[in-house]
Ligand binder design. Sequence first.
Ligand code: CAA
Length: 258
Amino acid sequence: MTPEHILVETRGRVGLITLNRPKALNALNDALVDEIGQALDRFEADDEIGAVVITGSEKAFAAGADIGAMAGFSYMDAYLGDYITRNWERVKTCRKPIIAAVAGFALGGGCEMAMACDIIIAADTARFGQPEVKLGILPGAGGTQRLPRAVGKAKAMDLCLTARMMDAEEAERAGLVSRVVPAERLLDEALAAAETIAGYSLPVIMMIKESINRAYESGLSEGLLFERRQFHSAFALEDQKEGMAAFVEKRPAHFKHR
Ligand code: CAA
């Protein structure tokens, strides 16, 4: 079925998802988030895809969860419907790496969606924030959890409690985004980074992603042990033999399991 709120395409070995609700600044309604999940299912099942980029428009990556859709919610609607968790977790559970390419507003659920990805590359026009407090609610898709892990408690408190926005430069300084690029270069830079990742051994890329996520979610000793076991298992891969042989023979590696 053709998605209604996103565009889905492939560029080489990269799956590209473009949020496409321009009139609502890509506000994330249930249908749109379902469509992201379906696109990720497709890309995960496709051996020709090694990485994914999620992007928005020049004006907005996404201005948050759809306020109109939830304005009339009762507690029971939110709780029984498992609002926001139900389909949003799919971004987190994707085993292939996802880059968020962010221009313009990434607010509320938009900032949370970007943070659920593995890397955020920001245009110099990007603005991040968790303005839910202005609506009489709090972040509900990870803002109070992922933001402090990314930028520290003081800045996370500042953003969530005051609702102020952070520009791209501040977001890079704070560690939320990995690089800032001129807006007109955003998609090319994100696709190039994704293509680079997609050129490496996919099982190794997955192990790296899993290990870094373990650092994020567990204590140091447990994380180090997890990394070491993953490291040991990498020696079972043909791609490890190829990667090291290529280094010794001074030639590019040709990974079999891309
Ligand atoms: N939900 C639904 N519609 C939204 C929206 C949202 N989050 N954000 C913007 N829109 C709509 C506007 O209603 C407007 O629609 P109409 O033209 O039909 O009136 C259209 O997008 C354009 O928006 P503006 O006219 O407001 O554009 P602007 O340039 O003047 O302002 C903005 C841009 C500062 C981003 C402003 O739109 C804004 O503050 N949006 C809301 C941001 C927000 O509060 N996000 C958090 C949502 S709650 C959440 O995300 C919970 C969670 O944790 C998951």
